[in-house]
Design a protein around this ligand. Sequence first.
Ligand code: MTE
Length: 320
Amino acid sequence: MYIAKKPDIPSSEITPREVFENRRKFLKAAGFSVAAGAISSMLPSAVLAANERQKIAGFSKTAYGKDEKLTSYEDVTTYNNFYEFGTDKGDPVVHARLFKPRPWTVSIEGEVKKPKQISIEDIFKIAPLEERIYRMRCVEGWSMVIPWVGLPLANLIKYAEPTANAKYVEFISLADPRQMAGVRIPVLDWPYTEGLRMDEAMHPLTIMAVGLYGEVLPNQNGAPMRLVVPWKYGFKGGKSIVRIRFTEQMPVSTWMKASPKEYGFYANVNPKVSHPRWSQSSERRIGGGLLSPRIKTQLFNGYADEVGQLYAGMDLHKNF
Ligand code: MTE
């Protein structure tokens, strides 16, 4: 039973207070009469039934993270942040069940030669799909190791043909109140928005994920496509993206708007830059059990050799 394995700290400790307190409102908006936690514990294991899972054909394995110990599929798919489906870690697996990630079209706009729309099927064809095993670290102090399947974001950006004015790229998630009860209440300023500087977006480690564990991305993990930037905190990875917008000005992301003192634009994993509520010096691997020792968090999540030069000369305390 995945509930028994479910890690962790009570959500009251790991979720901003105002967000946690909005949970009741969420459940009301969603029309639930019992707490989502109770719903999750009643869920049959059919939630993860193999027949609902779809293999991705024709992706190649890569050397990225080949020596890492993977976080279990159950933990990766039942312990999620996806506020459009509720603010508790157990909410998305329950409330995203009926979400429809097909048909799906992504709109490419802003500083591009010509705005265009592309279907998710055509995005799958832009570049060969690859498996990348990445360490992922959340600002809340926990981490996972996830075998993503995706394509380099750089290939999608080349397809988008940004102009020379494009300095940043913004990723905008779907906000559909009919399918996502969470967006009916103002827990965050919807739609969920994230952004990267162009050189970060073009970096070979940055991918647009369309799957995990060799299968099509589960709804709760951001189907049909979500951003993955392994040297940044998990919140940079916008899920269920519908618009990609190139801009000259630095975009203001959802979390920057929600709490500018806590969340900056860069959000690089950095053990030396503290967060007002959670230590960034160490982390707890999900799935290791409550007694497992915390591990030291590394600068840029251990990807400093690859990405350190992107921030040469920048004050990372100011640009947090
Ligand atoms: N994207 C959208 N659209 N909505 C969200 O609430 N949460 C973010 C990020 N992307 C979020 C989102 C946060 S806070 C984290 S830690 C990661 O997704 C979690 O991804 P995972 O559930 O696949 O581990």
